[in-house]
Design a protein around this ligand. Structure first.
Ligand code: 6GU
Length: 250
């Protein structure tokens, strides 16, 4: 997969791209990530990339010209290139969207600054607008890293022999069960006995139960969309009865 990131702050990406899973994926040649500095496509001795808004008001607006020229400098894969603008006004980025994007050969991510970007960037060259949540970031750079990370780990081969991404939270629409490693007792807190029992079937049921319990307690909204088996539904019924009981104090 090819990923081109258009930004005013390319240096922000350096350590992110070197570290861990993404860094290895780049070294293995599974993903090719390039940073394009929008400023290099600005004109004049001062390389100005923003200007005052028509109609007046506070704040500056990113000019369309440098972004258009930066985009035109990126070679496209026919029918496979998707141009994405990171903006709080975009559609919410989630795991199904990450899967959808992971199937493309080429993504171009444009990092806008929060205050604004000339509307003609949206209307003239953007295929999709994405937001990573309902809060304000000063620029799209952190959002671009979030999207790059979530998408590239779904590219075949990137996760290698590690746990499959199908086990992750959100892949089946549930939160993950609790994890433990050595030591068995840590500051008076013990690992649940079942995990030491060696009984794989019991461990599987325990994990599924805890996964469902967490989702029920913390993100009941996810349960409505989750893929639930008949076993899951039985477990959930029991968990709901338990919590009803503890609420009435009986
Ligand atoms: Cl994509 N950009 C900015 N500036 N703020 C955000 C965002 C994006 N997503 C959530 N907040």
């Amino acid at each position: 997969m090819r990923l081109d990131i258009l930004t005013l702050f390319p240096d922000l990406f350096a350590s992110f791209l070197e570290e861990s899973i993404l860094g290895r994926a780049i070294k293995k040649g599974l993903v090719d990530i390039r940073l394009i500095s929008i400023r290099e496509f600005a004109k004049g001795p001062h390389k100005v990339t923003d200007d005052r808004p028509f109609g007046g008001g506070d704040g500056m607006v990113m000019k369309a010209g440098p972004i258009y020229r930066a985009l035109e400098s990126v070679e496209r894969e026919r029918d496979q290139t998707l141009v994405i603008l990171l903006t709080p006004q975009g559609r919410g980025f989630d795991q199904p969207t990450a899967w959808e994007l992971s199937k493309r050969e080429h993504l171009i991510l444009i990092c806008g600054r929060y205050e604004g970007i000339d509307e003609r960037v949206r209307t003239g060259c953007v295929d999709m607008e994405l937001s990573i949540g309902d809060y304000v970031l000063s620029g799209g750079e952190l959002a671009a890293m979030v999207v790059a990370d979530a998408v590239t780990r779904l590219v075949p081969g990137v996760l290698g022999g590690e746990r499959s991404n199908l086990e992750d939270s959100f892949e089946d629409g549930l939160l993950e069960y609790p994890h433990y490693t050595r030591p068995r007792v840590f500051r008076d807190q013990e690992v649940p006995g079942i995990l030491l029992s060696g009984d794989h079937e019991k461990i599987r049921v325990w994990r599924r139960t805890e996964s469902l319990r967490r989702t029920l307690e913390r993100r009941p909204d996810l349960l409505r969309r989750a893929k639930l088996s008949e076993e899951d539904k039985r477990i959930l019924e029991r968990l709901e009865q338990e919590s009803a009981k503890s609420e009435t104090g009986s």
